[in-house]
Design a protein around this ligand. Structure first.
Ligand SMILES: Nc1ncnc2c1ncn2[C@@H]1O[C@H](CCC(=O)c2cccc(C(=O)O)c2)[C@@H](O)[C@H]1O
Ligand SMILES: [Zn+2]
Length: 353
């Protein structure tokens, strides 16, 4: 457990329970998962970068005035990833950090457009992530799968490139399971991306766009109707629309909730105002995720502690939340059953001790 992340309002033994709880993570960004250790290593390789390497300076650097500022800082870290070896290092080290938190399975959102437009060869990029995925599974036991996302603000050129990389049989990596859409939402309407999502879905990929993070509930409706979303990234503003909440609950469409992220990007004012309770009350399937953990000064374990506090959960409630993540994942049925059983066994042993 990382000591500075202990929430004083959550009992210490609940933190310890969370630290050992087997988990699935469904909403976490590749570059946004670069820890200070990884950032320092990349910055040392590329000394001209403006990203600070000192962990204390990084805390200030990762303090955001608004969502646009967050994206600017995010892109400065993207600029640190310049070679296939950088891509491999980042991916492998992110898996190591996940394994330490008992993450058994993660769908990692990768933005291949950002790397190919910066000159990394597309085939070498795919080889680097696949090589890291296989090594991480063998060495840490964490299973990684990919979501390729369109950086919407970069325009339809980025959508075309992302759809091509995700659907070309010669390039598409074995670990790819889903197709997403990220970046700012203001001025980036979801319906324009429909043809690209149609292509990805026709190629067998699942649809998981961000929506309702920084704009209202209509964006979530657009993601559901035009992009045929199977899960929603954030979906925070859904709480403003009771019909939408009822729809999400009835269709069993999970929200990928990332509480600390919403505060760090100023999408939500305070944790106590976070709508997670409304989602649960409306019967919407809720999953807990970390988004860009080091940039938001969090990790997945801390997000579970935050959820425990906001929802008043005990060990059984936390185990159910972890099982929501497994159930909402794109694992096959035996894969889901294996992690769900592990969660039950761990919880029973903890409660019996
Ligand atoms: N909380 C988040 N909510 C939304 N997205 C988030 C979040 N966290 C991380 N992201 C990532 O940020 C990327 C945005 C990148 C982007 O806008 C952009 C614009 C213009 C040019 C380029 C370029 O690369 O040249 C990139 C998204 O694709 C997504 O993967
Ligand atoms: Zn995200």
């Amino acid at each position: 457990m990382t000591e500075h992340l202990v929430d004083p309002d959550v009992p210490r033994d609940l933190h310890a329970f969370i630290a050992g709880l087997p988990k699935a993570e469904l909403h976490v960004h590749h570059v946004g998962s670069a820890s200070p250790r990884i950032v320092s290593e990349l910055a040392a390789r590329h000394a001209d970068s403006k990203v600070p390497t000192d962990p204390e300076a990084l805390v200030d650097y990762f303090t955001f005035t608004d969502f646009a500022h967050f994206i600017d800082v995010y892109l400065s870290v993207v600029d640190l990833i310049r070679t296939p070896e950088d891509v491999r290092l980042l991916t492998y080290e992110v898996a190591r950090d996940m394994a330490r938190q008992q993450v058994r399975y993660a769908e990692l959102t990768i933005t291949p457009f950002s790397s190919t437009r910066r000159g990394i060869d597309e085939g070498a990029f795919m080889d680097a992530i696949e090589d890291a995925r296989k090594a991480a599974e063998a060495e840490f036991g964490t299973v990684l799968r990919w979501c390729f996302d369109i950086p919407g603000e970069a325009g339809l050129e980025s959508a075309e490139e992302t759809a091509r990389l995700a659907t070309d049989d010669r390039l598409r990596p074995e670990g790819l399971v889903s197709f997403g859409l990220g970046g700012p939402e203001i001025g980036v309407a979801r319906p324009q991306f429909k043809p690209y999502f149609d292509r990805a879905i026709a190629a067998g990929l699942h649809s998981v766009p961000h929506a309702g993070e920084t704009t209202g509930p209509q964006t979530v409706w657009d993601a559901l109707i035009d992009l045929r979303a199977e899960r929603i990234g954030h979906g925070t503003s859904s709480a403003q629309d009771p019909k939408l909440l009822a729809h999400l609950a009835e269709r069993r469409i999970p929200l990928e909730v990332c509480p600390t992220s919403n505060i760090a990007t100023r999408a939500v004012r305070t944790l106590d105002e976070h709508p997670i309770k409304e989602f649960v009350r409306a019967g919407v399937p809720v999953t807990i995720n970390s988004d860009d953990p080091p940039m938001f000064g969090t990790d997945l374990n801390n997000e579970y502690a935050v959820a425990a506090r906001l929802l008043g959960l005990d060990e059984r409630g936390l185990a159910d939340l972890a099982k929501n993540g497994v159930e909402a994942s794109f694992l096959d049925a035996p894969g889901k059953a294996r992690i769900a059983d592990e969660i039950d066994t761990y919880t029973a042993a903890w409660l019996a001790s």
